[in-house]
Design a protein around this ligand. Structure first.
Ligand SMILES: Cc1cc2nc3c(=O)[nH]c(=O)nc-3n(C[C@H](O)[C@H](O)[C@H](O)COP(=O)(O)O)c2cc1C
Length: 329
């Protein structure tokens, strides 16, 4: 195992009181109590979406388990838009358990920011464009997660080489780089571009702790960047997946009727809910068992991942690579 590396001081590590500027990106189905607590114990900030548990009560139990396994800061992702019926209840739970970092996606995070700030927690918001980044800054969040092209999950459209410095020059708050980062050298690059931290997802799918089956982990380990394609069939919005034979057969776009329903103001919301439910079912099925309907979510960083390791070792290696690259400059 690699030996513990020197602390890295950035505005993010100061704000969260952690050793390394690394968030393990919250991942639907993948993040669990062990992944979150291992990354936090290793010096980063482990993250999970609240929706990885079937009910708010089960989510609350999971938070208690995380707190029993680590005293270090960790993060929870709340999906704030209208298609998530649990947002209020899950926010109540975050407030009750005083979650140190809440990461919001979509919607208007105003209430989340007010309530999380009331107990001293921090709020970062996923952003894919400047307009929304300025809006959440005005609402008072502590930072943005710059979700760039190549990311796992719902990737943004802009290259990280542009998006990070672009946001940095326009915003006053912290910028966290997300998308394609799987090595310490890339963490250094993101910090040089102006990021205060990185959010890493795909690298942590190939971890011993990740709550998905070995076939999925092996697929991440053996895929190349050009195996990643964007499909609208999971939620209506482009999402990164491995181009399995099933994805190839199904195609990447919605059918013409779905497209019309998605354009119409009255049917849009229901169309998104239906597509998201179908997409989530497909992801759930493929996450744990062998099925011909294989839908595996991952980003272009797959090309840099060649092993499945415990989270502690992943973080140790990222920081070893970071310091080697930094000392070589
Ligand atoms: C399998 C998978 C599931 C994800 N689920 C979520 C989610 O539920 N909520 C969220 O905010 N981000 C989600 N993301 C995005 C990650 O939190 C993170 O921003 C992204 O993975 C960073 O890009 P990378 O995978 O290239 O490192 C997911 C990503 C992946 C790969």
């Amino acid at each position: 195992m690699n030996k513990k590396q020197k602390k890295v001081v950035t505005a993010f590590t100061e704000l969260l009181a952690c050793e390394y500027p690394i968030i393990a990106g919250p991942m639907f189905l993948v993040s669990n109590e062990d992944l979150v607590s291992s990354v936090s114990n290793a010096g980063g900030v482990g993250g999970t979406p609240s929706l990885n548990w079937r009910t708010t009560a089960e989510f609350g139990e999971a938070l208690k388990k995380i707190k029993a396994k680590t005293t270090k800061p960790y993060a929870v992702n709340l999906i704030v838009n209208k298609i998530n019926p649990r947002v209020e209840a899950d926010l109540d739970m975050c407030v009750r358990e005083e979650v140190p970092l809440v990461i919001t996606s979509l919607g208007n995070p105003k209430r989340v920011i007010e309530r999380v700030h009331s107990y001293g927690g921090k709020v970062f918001c996923d952003v894919t464009d400047l307009k929304y980044a300025l809006k959440v800054q005005d609402l008072g969040c502590d930072g943005v997660i710059a979700v760039s092209a190549g990311a796992g999950g719902h990737a943004g459209p802009t290259s990280p080489l542009v998006f990070i410095p672009y946001l940095k020059t326009k915003l006053k708050i912290s910028v966290v780089a997300a998308g394609g980062i799987a090595t310490g050298r890339q963490i250094l690059a993101a910090l040089v571009l102006g990021a205060d931290a990185v959010q890493i997802g795909t690298r942590f799918i190939a971890s011993t702790e990740a709550g998905v089956g070995d076939d999925y982990k092996r697929a991440v380990m053996t895929s190349e960047p050009d195996d990643i394609v964007l499909t609208r069939r999971i939620s209506g919005t482009p999402a990164s997946v491995i181009n399995t034979p099933y994805i190839k057969k199904e195609g990447l776009d919605l059918n013409p009727i779905e497209k019309i329903l998605l354009k119409n103001e009255t049917t849009k919301k229901y169309m998104k809910i239906i597509r998201t439910l179908i997409g989530q079912k497909a992801l759930e099925k493929a996450a744990h068992q062998t099925t011909w309907k294989t839908v595996w979510s991952a980003g272009q960083g797959v090309g840099l991942i060649r092993d499945i390791l415990p989270c502690q070792e992943i973080v140790d290696r990222l920081m070893l690579e970071y310091w080697e690259a930094r000392n070589a400059i």
